[in-house]
Design a protein around this ligand. Structure first.
Ligand code: COS
Length: 376
């Protein structure tokens, strides 16, 4: 797949990412997925290569890349190992509150290690009883000495137990969106207790688990933004996160298409490659067209973001369309392979399992439709 990249620097970056994706990710993915093992060392390698802070300011250790380029990096990684690409996207989501809402002191103190890849981040918004209705969260931070004492349970936390820092959205005021604040907690905080990992349909080499907060003490200088301003921080962080998921979805779909095309060229029935049968060829043509449209949509939203324009609805459209596309394309890739698509000798069954969660996390696709509908 040829990319149109507007600078030589971006083209070099994509070249480097392809080398890492082919050399370091592709040979390991099957083994780590089979053992449900989190590849912590790979994240260190990505950090050293400068890939864990790409869309943030150079001044604080970031890569200074526009979203248009950063998202294409995610797409390249996702085509080799979705759990790693998703992890990079979640890490960016977790760096965003400090980078954008932190004071200069907080930024100087925390960002170099976050963006340089020394530390891995997690983003804690959802709770067992608060998912789509994010503003109903009940985790509470009570004033305690020089800071807060946090009680509650966070759910579906990617990197739980593996992360070094956690953005925890919790209630410091009354009910509703205006009573929520964002606190930055270190992994070693007493009372921050990662639970056993969930056993998931796909993305098994990622970790997702609950975090119980049992009186975790957080100093006052770990409040990001204003007290009561946490909901808006959470939502604006998700604008970028949803674009990250959109790009991951396109990378996954492209990998499924590439594999299905290769198979359809090799596999012969009735004396010729099955690609030559219109039933298969047209299916592949539809998959390729949907992927091109999905890529164009997320890039268009990214350009709005890079230009500093409002883009919440465009990010929601990209998340919705790209992840629905990934589900369709990966399902069709299994169909093109027939029985071979249903066994683990080929990667398409994994792609199909992985696509499902993309329609669910960082806001279900029904929530994306709600965001879009409200914008009309
Ligand atoms: N950026 C900045 N501010 C935003 C925003 C955004 N993208 N979206 C909403 N806000 C602001 C609104 O402007 C509003 O501010 P005012 O009160 O000053 O007008 C405030 O936040 C409340 O917004 P809203 O009334 O839309 O809140 P709702 O409770 O209706 O929730 C949805 C909105 C449903 C969109 C939100 O709860 C949501 O995104 N849910 C899904 C959560 C999610 O994605 N979870 C996944 C977590 S990661 S696995």
């Amino acid at each position: 797949m040829e990319r149109f990249l507007s600078t030589e620097e971006a083209a070099d970056l994509i070249g480097l990412v392809r080398e890492i994706a082919d050399g370091e990710l592709a040979p390991r993915v099957d083994d780590f997925e089979a053992r449900a093992q989190f590849p912590r060392e790979l994240f260190r390698l990505l950090g050293r290569a400068g890939l864990l802070g790409l869309p943030f300011d150079v001044e604080h250790g970031g890569g200074g890349q526009p979203y248009e380029v950063y998202l294409q990096v995610l797409e390249e990684l996702a085509g080799r190992w979705l759990a790693v690409a998703e992890g990079v996207s979640v890490h960016s989501l977790a760096c965003y509150p400090t980078a954008v809402f932190g004071t200069e002191t907080q930024r100087k103190r925390h960002l170099p290690d976050m963006l340089g890849g020394e530390l891995l981040g997690a983003y804690c918004l959802s709770e067992p009883q608060s998912g789509s209705d994010a503003a109903s969260l009940t985790t509470r931070a009570e004033p305690d000495g020089d800071g807060y004492s946090v009680h509650g349970t966070k759910a579906w936390i990617t990197h739980a137990g593996k992360a070094d820092f956690y953005n925890v959205f919790c209630r410091t005021g009354g009910p509703g969106t205006t009573g929520i604040s964002c606190l930055l907690l270190d992994a070693g905080t007493p009372g921050l207790l990662p639970q056993a990992p969930e056993r998931t349909m796909g993305l098994r080499s990622s970790t997702v688990a609950q975090i119980v907060l049992d009186g975790a003490h957080v100093p006052a200088d770990r409040l990001l933004g204003e007290a009561g301003g946490g909901f808006k921080i959470a939502m604006s962080a998700l604008d970028g996160g949803r674009l990250g998921i959109a790009a991951c979805a396109v990378g996954l779909a492209q990998a499924a298409l590439d594999y299905a095309v290769g198979y359809a060229k090799d596999r012969e029935q009735f004396g010729r490659p099955i690609l030559e049968f219109q039933g298969v060829g047209f299916m592949l043509a539809d998959m390729a067209t949907q992927i091109s449209a999905a890529r164009a949509l997320y890039l268009s939203a990214a350009r709005l973001r890079d230009a500093g324009r409002p883009h919440s609805a465009e990010a929601a459209k990209a998340k919705l369309f790209c992840t629905d596309t990934a589900m369709r394309v990966t399902t069709d890739a299994v169909q093109v392979l027939g029985g071979a698509g249903y066994v683990t000798d080929h990667p398409v069954e994994r792609y199909m399992r992985e696509a499902k969660v993309l329609q669910i996390f960082e806001g279900t696709n029904q929530i994306q439709r709600l965001v879009i509908a409200r914008s009309l």
